[in-house]
Each structure stands twice: as C-alpha cells, then as structure tokens.
Design a protein around this ligand. Structure first.
Ligand SMILES: Nc1ncnc2c1ncn2[C@@H]1O[C@H](COP(=O)(O)OP(=O)(O)OP(=O)(O)O)[C@@H](O)[C@H]1O
Length: 256
C-alpha cells in the first residue's frame, strides 16, 4: 500500500506490437509538481494519455490514491476523472464561446449551481488567473498567454485535485512562459492540487518541478526519477545530465 497520489506500476505502453516504454514504476506524491521528461518521441504524451485513461496499458496498472484506474468500472472512472483538470497544448477553448461560457461549461455539465453562483465562480476563477473582468471576451480577442490562462481557469472550475498539462508553455514567449509557470505554482499552492506536466522547457522544469521521471527512447524505459535539479547535478546517467544541461554533443535523435 502506498500513500502516493498517483502510482504507476510495471506499466508497458505500446501501439499495436510496437512497445514505446516498458516497466515504468514510480509515484507522484500529493502536492508534487511532477514533470514527465525525455527526448523527442520517447513517449511522454503517450504516458500522459495513459494517465488520463485515453489509452489502455499493454500491461501494468495506474492507481489514484491507491485505487486502480485501469481496472475500475466505467462509472468509477468517470467519478475519478471528475477530480481532474486538464489543459491541452492548444488550450482547447471553444472559439465560438466567450471566456465566461467556456468556464461555465463544466459547471453546467457537472454541478447544480444556480446561474448567479456560476457567475460568481467564473469571476473568481478568472481573477485567480489574472483575467479579472474578461468574462465577455472571446478567445480570438486575447493574447496566446491569456488564452492559456483562460484554459487554466476552465481546468480549475470544478476544484480539481490533480491538474494535467501537456506542454503548457508551447508557443509562448519566455516572459509569458515564466508568468504561466508562476501561475501554475501559485495555483498549486492555493488549491493544493497535484500537478503533472509534460514539458521540454528547462527554465520551467527548474523553476517549478518538485519531482520528475525521465523516459529514454533507446532503452524504452525510465532511466531517472527525482528532483530535476538533483538529476542535473547527480544523475548517474550521462544522457539525463546532458538533457538537463543542454550539452548533448550531437543533435537530439528523433524517434518518430
Ligand atoms: N496513435 C499512435 N499510433 C502509433 N504510434 C504513435 C501514436 N502516437 C504516437 N506514436 C509514436 O509513439 C512514439 C512516442 O510518441 P509520443 O508522442 O508519446 O512521444 P513524445 O515523447 O511525447 O514526443 P515529443 O516530445 O516529440 O512530443 C513516437 O515514436 C510516435 O511516433
């Protein structure tokens, strides 16, 4: 038994007969800001999709608070998912809806709040991400960084206890990207959620991650687990140190 928030156990991930990663076993603890790292094509997004239940494992299990997600009934999976907030690379806002309508959608779908309670929650969530008063704007009327923050406001609409991010700062300039990092850190601290993210951004990794796993494309398994700053300085795997210091002597190999 473990008191980890998410436990990955002996996980093998494959597309058909092609194994992407095998024997993944690690924990993500409550309140971690956990980063899934590795070179291009090693299987980071594939792992995220397994954690979200979008792809079934070839082997192994994923447990949330000690309960198997892989073996849960569809109804039980739905209720476990209710506690998750997800933001995709593109942000995933509906362009034909205002920011308020985007944030209202999960509230309408999953809660019995009255219209006026929903309006209060929308205002509060927008304020949390620094978009106070932007209720009536459409996604096309705000900047890329603001869209990411609006997507985050929608992801936290239902008070999730886990936030998943796929490349949160993709497409952002360094300043917007570091503002988003700060926001993720503040939200983590204020709502107490566990954060799981896939990112390539070393500044993000070093400024906010508390723990990480490194997936290796060549050996098709994890070769490092721990605080990325510690791994950068002390990993016994040269490739991990190179990845974290950007010192690879040859261009990163693509595994596509
Ligand atoms: N739906 C799919 N069917 C078959 N193969 C796939 C599928 N999705 C991804 N792959 C392959 O699985 C491997 C891992 O892909 P994945 O997108 O998980 O890697 P990644 O580490 O997230 O890559 P990147 O950093 O480039 O985004 C790649 O070789 C990819 O081509």
């Amino acid at each position: 038994m473990t008191d980890a928030h998410i436990s990955v156990r002996d996980l093998t991930m494959a597309y058909g007969s092609r194994v992407i990663q095998r024997d993944l076993t690690f924990d993500i603890n409550h309140g971690d800001i956990f980063v899934i790292m590795g070179g291009s094509g090693c299987g980071k997004s594939t792992l995220l999709k397994h954690l979200l239940g979008l792809i079934e494992p070839s082997q192994g299990d994923i447990l949330y608070a000690g309960e198997s997600f892989v073996h849960a009934t569809p109804e039980r999976r739905d209720s476990m998912r209710r506690g998750w907030g997800i933001t995709y690379q593109s942000g995933g806002l509906f362009s034909a809806m205002s920011l308020a309508e985007n944030i209202e959608l999960p509230l309408q779908l999953y809660t019995d709040y009255s219209a006026s309670d929903r309006a209060d929650i929308i205002a509060y969530k927008l304020a949390l991400v620094g978009l106070d008063g932007y209720q009536h704007f459409y996604p096309s009327e705000i900047s890329g960084g603001m869209r990411k923050r609006a997507a985050l406001a929608r992801a936290i609409a239902l008070e999730p206890d886990i936030l998943f991010f796929d490349e949160p700062s993709a497409g952002l300039d360094p300043i917007s990207s570091s503002l988003l990092d700060e926001l993720i850190q503040q939200l983590q601290a204020s709502i107490g959620a566990t954060v799981v993210m896939v990112t390539h951004e070393l500044p993000s990794i070093f400024s906010i991650a508390t723990n990480s796993v490194y997936l290796d494309a060549d050996s098709k398994t994890m070769i490092a687990y721990g605080d990325p700053k510690h791994l950068r300085d002390h990993s016994d795997q040269a490739i991990v140190r190179q990845f974290l210091t950007r010192t690879a002597s040859h261009p990163a190999k693509e595994h596509t």
